[in-house]
Design a binder for this molecule. Sequence first.
Ligand SMILES: Cc1ncc(COP(=O)(O)O)c(C=O)c1O
Length: 504
Amino acid sequence: MSNPQNPFIGMRDEELLCEDFARRLDEQDLLTKLRKEFIIPTKADLKSKRYGPASTASSDFANGTVDSKDSEESIYFCGNSLGLQPRRTRDYINKYLDTWAAKGVFGHFKNFDEGLPPWLHIDDAVKEQTAKIVGALPSEVVIMETLTANLHLLMSSFYKPTKDRYKIIIEGKAFPSDHYAALSQLAHHSLPPSALVTISPLSLSTPYLTTEHILSTISQHAASTALVLLPGIQFYSGQFFDIRLITHHCHLHGITIGWDLAHAVGNVPLNLHAWNVDFAAWCNYKYMNGGPGVIGGAFVHQVHGTVSHALPSTTSAAHNMSLDEQITKESEEQLIYRPRLSGWWGSDKSSRFHMENTFVPIPGASGFQLSNPSALDITSVMASLDIFSLTSIEALRERSLRLTGYLEARLLGWKGEPPYTIITPSNPAERGAQLSILLKPGLLVNVLEYIEERGVVVDERKPDVLRVAPAPLYNSFWDIHRFITIFHDACKRALDASNGDVAA
Ligand SMILES: Cc1ncc(COP(=O)(O)O)c(C=O)c1O
């Protein structure tokens, strides 16, 4: 019977399992063409002991480390950890290097023919494209720092505990860095670890957090809670939280909410402005393909980024001031803006180089910057953003729903009782690209060894979980078909090797 949520489930096996079917799906999909924008490592590249591609390392072939039939492309399903390299990244970075080499410090200020934007403005140059990806106004986003650093910077501004409202709510399986960050924010305010409330799944057998459970935990602690920090997509289970509804619920209770969008950005459409999210932070190295550890991003809602002047004094004393006195008074005039940890790059561009000690925050998210950003990093992010601009995040989501739906249907196609379960929600609206597969105990090591040997790259979470993420920009239905064949063989061999020791 067909399944309205996933049209691939319930299809006839003769069609679904057929190699030609996967090929046809790729042929029919207009976005398949984006794959050529990326460097897909070959199986030989992955096996080679040399740091670069194997194709140029003839010694790898000569000494038998890799086989010439390994020239086939690998099956890379690890964009949830580190996205693949866009082909254009090398050109962009070469331009950066050439500009630095030939122009030195002028690279900061001048436009050059066929060059990238001057480094002084490079943070502004990526705002518009970033804003489209997270559903924000350009002024609400900034590319800066890294994810955990940004969470701290934002919490230092948005987490303002009082005697009555001081708790931070996170989820029980939060990414450890978020857990540490929240705990250390409490300590920073001399609050005990017990002020950290964690939302844990109701059942031990599933990591799924129902929206009702999240909302009711927030309601239960509302009177004493200052901040909620949640992931847009949960890193382990792949669950996509209802950001709009949870944000709305927090606001009804007067609670500020921030989102860690590491696994959501570039993966699912977001609408941070319309959803009234207070703040958010993300990295640009997963679905954003900016490169390992590259500069991250932050969102600050328009309502929190305003900068205004205190009303000018109209007292009679002011009228009696000399002009000189009035000018001095004006320059001391208080600016009204959200308090934050500040640095010179967050201060108004036109006066930044005057080297005066008056911090005039740039309105919006840019006012939260500290240092001049790594132009090398932003150049790399820019290369990736330019690929996103060849399509739209909505079109990518359409493709992603089909890819992940196809993967799910093929995983469910195991004949008999499968030696695994999918722990990611089956409702496509509650997940992004990733499916997390919980293997029966004792199988993971064998399965991983077998699939890696055959050029499959997925991400493991010990003891028993594989995270498999077909990234819509570069993965194909054909990748999934090849993966399933290898993965199912791996499971059969691991089951045989375990001699029936696998727990039910
Ligand atoms: C959900 C989540 N939060 C936080 C982090 C930490 O990121 P960073 O090392 O860039 O601070 C990661 C890294 O993978 C992550 O997946």
